[in-house]
Design a protein around this ligand. Structure first.
Ligand code: ADP
Ligand code: MG
Length: 292
């Protein structure tokens, strides 16, 4: 495209809240075949809230609630805030954390009031060689089929309950996916969350393909995998997404995303409107076709 066409295209994008970095980003946008979308904060609102707090031995709910909340206080993950706020709303105060370690992609490990507390995925429990009873597994699956993110908690080496959060899908997400399909693009959801939750959320917005249980370090490799079928756009909001945004043919940052995400991305969507992805691609195609 000529410099003038690029100026017109990027100028029009800016009016629509779609900031296109340069001519290269615009050209890449015009060639995209597959659009990978992060789940949390991109397809969903990214502000989950507590839905379930289940203690297997129901007698000591308050103690477990305070240990679990205490373990989540230092965590920066959106589920942590949901858990802490939700447990406070039930009238329990977080216990005092003596030690804390975030385990990227699987949960938290902490010492709270002298107890060893784990909160996170099945994987976190099995990494510590803790047993997950069949009835606990069944309860987890039930919550996940409802689209909730269900996590296990263990205290002093015993899996003691389940805590679940849910995150609403964004107001415009389903419409945005329909628009991508109209453009002939394949939408794919990418998430660290488990398969059942991922598929429940994907279904709500009309996505058929979900890459689930993807560790932060694996996101870029998922992009590479899809690049085998053509140019890939990756849409994300978080620090975790930066390597995937960089690997993609076109990185798209959304939601007043982190600075890292915006620096890496070729396109930044202002506000939280996922429909901007289709806008960017439509604009790019139009700009390129008038020139060639
Ligand atoms: P995503 O950004 O898609 O939610 P993450 O890789 O950040 O994926 O997290 C993957 C999973 O790890 C979450 O779905 C959750 O089950 C677990 N997890 C992450 N952080 C925490 C935390 N602070 N407490 C409990 N579980 C967590
Ligand atoms: Mg995320």
């Amino acid at each position: 495209a000529t410099p003038t066409a690029i100026m017109v295209g990027t100028g029009r994008g800016a009016e629509l809240g779609v900031l296109i970095k340069d001519g290269t980003a615009l050209e890449h946008a015009g060639a995209i075949k597959t659009v990978l979308l992060d789940k949390t904060g991109t397809i969903t609102k990214g502000r989950p809230s507590l839905t379930d707090f289940v203690v297997l031995d129901g007698s000591e709910e308050g103690k477990f609630a305070s240990w679990v909340a205490g373990a989540e206080v230092p965590s920066e993950h959106p589920v942590a805030k949901a858990i802490v706020d939700g447990i406070r709303a039930k009238g329990f105060e977080p216990g005092k954390v003596e030690r804390f370690k975030a385990n990227g992609g699987s949960g938290v490990e902490a010492i709270v009031g002298g107890n060893a507390v784990l909160v996170g995925t099945r994987r976190l429990m099995t990494d510590w060689a803790l047993e997950i009873k069949p009835e606990v597994e069944q309860h987890m699956q039930k919550l996940e089929r409802e689209g909730k993110t269900a996590m296990l908690f263990a205290v002093d080496g015993v899996v003691s309950g389940i805590v679940a959060v849910a995150d609403e899908v964004g107001e415009h997400s389903a419409k945005a996916i329909r628009e991508l399909r109209k453009l002939g693009l394949l939408p794919v959801m990418v998430t660290g969350d488990n398969r059942a939750t991922a598929e429940a959320v994907a279904k709500q917005v009309g996505i058929d393909t979900a890459e689930a249980q993807v560790l932060p370090s694996e996101k870029a490799a998922i992009v590479v995998k899809h690049q085998a079928s053509g140019p890939v756009a990756m849409v994300g909001d978080g620090v975790n997404d930066a390597p995937a945004l960089a690997q993609a043919d076109l990185g798209i940052a959304i939601g007043g995303g982190t600075d890292v995400a915006m620096e890496t991305a070729g396109v930044t969507l202002l506000g939280n409107d996922l429909r901007g992805v289709a806008t960017a691609i439509r604009l790019a195609r139009a700009t390129l076709s008038t020139i060639r």
